[in-house]
Design a protein around this ligand. Structure first.
Ligand code: MRU
Length: 416
């Protein structure tokens, strides 16, 4: 097993967008196909594709899918550009926090306007080619970012990470895990502690899976164990954690960082334990149009993520009777069962097998829930921000502005 065995996240193939369905990984790894922008938006909302840089390329691929498969009936420039505006808007609104979505859709929109007047068929091809380039560029940037970040780590490093800022959160290779992968190749990684990352479990489901695939020793912990682990020392007095490395969904001009809920608590814990706290993100995650983190919109997600647990399983039918019964149930497509106490179960035929998706309630019915998907870590707790263009250190207002110059990040794209 090696890093290169991790599947690609999202790509363009046979006139369609294809992606690994991350909502069911690692137990079920379906490849989804979307030939419309709306289909990609559904995948974004359901978190089949997730992670800020992956959302950036998903946005670009969604515009490509629209241009290639849905815009054929639009024969005039007016019709094409008016519909393009609606499509770009729909994509930008599919999730609010990761600025990469806006960045990806906006880059495609600007390319279209820069080529206004081209025959529409040529413009369609140009948009598809651009989205493909953006997928490739994302991987290239992550590999450079990874090497930049690895410079910060010593041989024998023990890292703690949160959520999944790995290959699956990007087109390939990852940001926070990109640093870990690059440092591992240089023989510097001793161990990685992985927060499970409630409530969607990106840490336990995805980050551990990637690290194990890459052959990097890792240990899964619950989110609330992180402080305790940071406080531990081995028999030589060496701390169990030498650095915390996380990704980002949006970075404001002053260096405040929005990332997966729980990141803020980790940053304070790292500060208290004198452990460096690094954020790894491509410049497409910078939002220098906003001064500070209070202006970052925070996504609120469904209460069911907190009040219960979901699971998936593939059932390979052991007998003809069972197959006949399940075939009858799934004759008209997926079949949903409403169970007692608000639990759900659905079943769908999957080739020669059947896939079950379940959700079991843990909390009492109708309990009020607060479920923000992200939080904001103030810049004062961040040791450095690692990008593909170099490493920014405080004062971030200056260092990020210098790094971002000419990078094509949001503030440059949105200036008309
Ligand atoms: O809700 P998700 O899974 O899209 O959230 C992902 C994160 O918070 C990641 O840490 C962030 O997008 C950086 S990914 C390189």
């Amino acid at each position: 097993m090696a890093i290169e065995d991790i599947p690609k996240t999202i790509w363009w193939e046979d006139d369609k967008v294809r992606m690994v369905d991350q909502s069911r990984l690692p137990l079920v790894g379906d490849i989804l196909e979307c030939d419309t922008a709306g289909g990609v938006c559904v995948a974004i909302k359901s978190m089949a594709v997730r992670g800020a840089p992956a959302l950036g390329v998903a946005a670009a691929l969604a515009v490509a899918a629209w241009a290639w498969n849905e815009s054929g009936e639009l024969e005039t420039d007016e019709g094409f550009f008016a519909t393009l505006e609606d499509v770009v808007q729909e994509i930008k609104e599919s999730r609010p926090t990761a600025v990469n979505l806006q960045w990806g859709a906006e880059r495609m929109r600007r390319l279209a306007y820069a080529n206004e007047g081209l025959p529409l068929d040529e413009l369609r091809k140009l948009l598809v080619d651009e989205a493909i380039v953006m997928v490739e560029q994302d991987e290239e940037r992550n590999r450079v970012l990874g090497k930049n970040g690895a410079e910060l780590l010593e041989v024998g490093s023990r890292i703690l990470t949160h959520c999944n800022a790995g290959s699956l959160a990007t087109a390939f290779y990852g940001t926070a895990l990109g640093v870990v992968f690059a440092a591992h190749e240089q023989g510097k990684i001793d161990h990685v502690w992985v927060d499970e990352t409630r409530p969607v479990m990106q840490g336990s489901r995805l980050t551990t899976w990637e690290l194990m695939m890459a052959g990097i020793p890792c240990t899964l912990i619950t989110d609330s164990m992180a402080g305790s682990v940071m406080n531990l020392r081995d028999e030589n007095g060496k701390p169990f954690v030498d650095a915390v490395i996380v990704g980002a969904d949006r970075i404001a001009a002053n260096g405040d960082v929005a990332n997966k809920i729980g990141t803020y608590s980790l940053a304070i814990l790292a500060h208290e334990h004198d452990i460096p706290f690094y954020v790894a993100a491509p410049t497409s995650t910078l939002d220098l149009l906003i001064d500070n983190g209070s202006q970052i919109p925070i996504e609120q997600r469904a209460p069911e993520e907190v009040t219960g647990v979901g699971w998936s399983a593939v059932f390979e039918s052991p007998s003809q009777e069972a197959t006949r019964a399940l075939d009858a149930i799934t004759e008209k497509g997926p079949h949903a069962f409403e169970l007692t106490r608000g639990h759900h179960l659905s079943v769908v035929r999957k080739g020669g097998a059947f896939q079950f998706d379940g959700w079991a309630r843990i909390a009492p019915l109708n309990v009020p829930v607060f479920n923000p998907s992200f939080d904001v870590t103030p810049a004062k707790y961040i040791t450095a921000i690692i990008t593909e263009r170099g490493i920014a250190r405080p004062d971030f207002e200056t260092s990020l502005a210098i790094l971002a110059m000419g990078s094509g990040s949001r503030h440059e794209l949105e200036i008309d």
